[in-house]
Design a protein around this ligand. Structure first.
Ligand SMILES: [Zn+2]
Length: 247
């Protein structure tokens, strides 16, 4: 039997990492948590944002501007007024493509069109330098394409961003009902130990959440768990700026 240490996947990653990987060292004493919201439904603005603000915290809201006010599988998407209010309150408005485009297997021309159309609408928001792949759909060519255009790109690959991370492929963890609080406690403890960065994401936050959201009570309990674990909370952009200084 022949031994093949380099699978096609490994070679593809090496090729990507060599030309497009943007690696940063994470060393955040005490650990940091970022709350993020994808799409984002009106309830994430109306219910979750005030809960974060009460703690003096702010979130990162990834918006696909083509979905504004649309009825979707995660509820009614926010309005432009919601976006402006959140931004004025200090929350970060990130980019999530224009039409919630799934980026794997996409030609560069389509990615470019999505990028340009979304940034035309989002450019007034400084957080639009930060991106989340819709539905977590990406491949290495897409990660490479956006590496030149965004400061960070967030996946839905689970785990803690610790030690050395690729800013084009940040990890994140869902806050979906029923929330796994035991698992969250482990993640918080490990993030603290590793001086790492834990990014959480969800969609709707309301009394009857979809499969991609959580209840208001669960969200309140997540906030309590973060507070009890003693981790700091900041937006993706603010944490990115701290990483940069450590390059
Ligand atoms: Zn999304």
């Amino acid at each position: 039997m022949r031994f093949d240490p380099m699978s096609r996947g490994t070679i593809s990653w090496l090729r990507y990492a060599w030309s497009h990987g943007r690696f940063a060292r994470v060393n955040l004493p005490g650990g940091v948590v970022s709350f993020s919201f994808d799409d984002f439904p009106a309830s994430a603005a109306h219910a979750a944002a005030p809960m974060l603000e009460k703690e003096g915290w702010r979130g990162t809201y990834y918006l696909a501007p083509g979905l504004l006010k649309a009825e979707t599988g995660v509820g009614t998407i926010c309005s432009l007024e919601d976006v402006e209010r959140l931004s004025q309150a200090g929350h970060e408005i990130g980019n999530h493509t224009e039409s919630h485009h799934h980026c794997a297997n996409s030609p560069d021309s389509v990615l470019l069109e999505e990028y340009e159309r979304s940034q035309r609408q989002l450019k007034e928001f400084p957080g639009s330098r930060h991106f989340a792949f819709p539905a977590g759909s990406y491949d290495y060519p897409a990660a490479g394409f956006f590496s030149k255009r965004f400061d960070t790109s967030r996946t839905v690959n689970h785990g803690i961003n610790a030690m050395v991370v690729d800013l084009n492929l940040l990890k994140a963890n869902p806050v979906y009902s029923p929330v796994d609080f035991a698992g969250l406690a482990v993640l918080l403890k490990r993030t603290r130990q590793l001086r790492g960065w834990l990014i959480l994401y969800t969609h709707d936050v309301c009394a009857t959440p979809t499969n991609w959201g959580c209840s208001v009570d669960e969200f309140a309990s997540v906030i309590s768990a973060v507070k009890e674990a003693g981790l700091a909370v900041d937006t993706v952009g603010n944490v990115f700026r701290r990483l940069k200084r450590k390059d």
